[in-house]
Design a protein around this ligand. Structure first.
Ligand SMILES: [Zn+2]
Length: 309
């Protein structure tokens, strides 16, 4: 398994609200790295993510939006607020270029083999970022860029994205809706921020809405009843991408779901098994997850399942 991370991903910070620390904070990556440290060292290899170029962002975003963010990204100490709860500091653009560069490099490597699994221990996250706007701690849509990198540069015809963050990946849905090579499988608390996903924007989007206080058993039942695994098996993706958010955990105060770390292992294992099994190339990108201990335990469970599956 390949693990991507970079020191600049710790330096990106969102502006705090008055006295409260912003939930999407650098310490999240300490928790993720603590999980990685609990893996047997022989099971993974750490790689430095290369820097993505501006043109790479145009795989999933309007060039005018990409240009505006690249031009306006702060060069000094004054942060740039781009959304009610999202801002850029002087390191955000470089951090983003490491996330996107790492995601594309991971796609290249898992498609080429022999490594078939990769995880991006990076921030900022991406699944709320739409073609022309940032939102919800996200500036650019990392997973969508990775998907279209696989489509455009590797000629893939079938890419599946599985997003189990507690929040609906509205940005990803807007980008991939009606785009046949990419199918989005998204489970999320509903109704809840960002209040989208039901009904889906297109037939290639497969939502599983979950009521407030859904526990692991309810989650597994809803996923099984949705027909996701049959659809994944029929689709036969050549690449599986996870938008791996862990804020559906019971301890996480940003959402109202009651999942435990073993539920993240379950969805990881079952999605991989349905989509193709051991030889399937899989890249997982960190999205949400704000309770640090729950994040550490959940990432560990996810990585163990990713490595085994
Ligand atoms: Zn989330």
């Amino acid at each position: 398994m390949l693990i991507y991370s970079h020191p600049v991903c710790w330096k990106h910070e969102n502006e705090n609200d008055v006295m409260l620390p912003h939930p999407e904070r650098p310490e999240r990556l300490d928790a993720v790295m603590a999980a990685i440290d609990r893996l047997p060292p022989v099971r993974y290899r750490r790689l430095e993510p290369p820097l993505a170029d501006k043109v790479d962002y145009e795989l999933a975003h309007d060039p005018r939006y990409v240009d505006a963010i690249f031009r306006q990204a702060p060069k000094g100490h004054n942060p740039l607020r781009v959304d009610g709860d999202t801002s850029l500091n002087q390191y955000t653009l470089e951090a983003s270029r490491r996330v996107v560069g790492g995601a594309m490099d991971a796609v290249d490597r898992v498609l080429a083999g022999p490594d078939r699994r990769a995880f991006l221990a990076t921030r900022p996250p991406g699944h709320h970022a739409a073609p022309c706007r940032p939102a919800g701690f996200c500036v650019f849509n990392n997973v969508a860029i990775a998907a279209y990198h696989a489509v455009r540069h590797h000629g893939l015809e079938r890419v599946a994205i599985v997003d189990f963050d507690v929040h609906h990946g509205d940005g990803t849905e807007q980008i991939v809706a009606n785009s046949a090579p990419v199918h989005l499988f998204s489970s999320f608390q509903h109704p809840f921020y960002p209040y989208s996903g039901i009904p889906p924007l297109a037939d290639n989007c497969h939502p599983v809405p979950l009521e407030n206080l859904t526990d692991g058993e309810g989650f597994r039942r809803a996923i099984r009843d949705s027909g996701w695994f049959d659809t994944l098996a029929e689709f036969q993706p050549q690449l599986l991408l996870f938008s791996a958010g862990f804020d559906a955990h019971k301890q996480d105060l940003l959402g109202g779901l009651l999942l435990l770390e073993e539920d993240f292992a379950w969805i990881t294992r079952e999605a991989i098994a349905a989509a193709g099994g051991d030889d399937l190339p899989v890249v997982s990108l960190l999205e949400g997850g704000y309770d640090l201990q729950a994040l550490e335990d959940s990432v560990l469970a996810h990585l163990q399942a990713l490595d085994a599956g």
